[in-house]
Design a protein around this ligand. Sequence first.
Ligand SMILES: Cc1cc2nc3c(=O)[nH]c(=O)nc-3n(C[C@H](O)[C@H](O)[C@H](O)COP(=O)(O)O)c2cc1C
Length: 182
Amino acid sequence: MNPPSVRTADARPAAGGVAGSVFRQAMGRLASGVSVVTAIADGEPHGMTISSLISVSLQPPLLLVSLTAGARTTEAVSASGRFGVSILSAAQEMIARRFASPGSDHFADLPVTYGDHDVPIVPNALVHLECAVDQTVTAGDHLLVVGEVLRVCQRAGDPLAFREGLFGDFTDRGHEPVLWAF
Ligand SMILES: Cc1cc2nc3c(=O)[nH]c(=O)nc-3n(C[C@H](O)[C@H](O)[C@H](O)COP(=O)(O)O)c2cc1C
């Protein structure tokens, strides 16, 4: 039998739709990895924590991130046409929190290095991808940014996970790997 559907107290649909708070709560149940998007504007490094990273295409290699319209990092990505994506390791919860705090200088007191394509690098990330903006699409209050991946660096380690406002770890079930391609 299916579990009963849950409708929360603040389920006030916008005209003809679903309330933002309900949508946010529902989507928060989707477990994700955690990354930091970085870019330079006026010589200064900017970065923001994101969970909205997906791979889009292998030939050519394209990825997509969804960034709050008007945020400093979003502006820096748009203006420079380049951005970095650092996929965080399980040991980097504090980095995720730092780059999610509104308004602060996210790179303050962090050693900043730059990749081959002039994008800031978050030290010790699991994966670092350097991208050129391929296309952008305004979608509601966010900017969807498709980036062509120009360079990839990886290191060993486990990923940081996120669900319902909490950081956690990924644990596999010890079963056979699923080798899939798209
Ligand atoms: C786990 C996590 C995931 C997030 N994912 C996104 C995201 O995908 N897109 C986005 O625009 N903001 C996302 N945020 C919020 C931004 O990190 C936050 O608003 C931003 O860093 C604030 O920076 P600002 O002061 O430059 O606006 C996320 C925050 C957290 C903690």
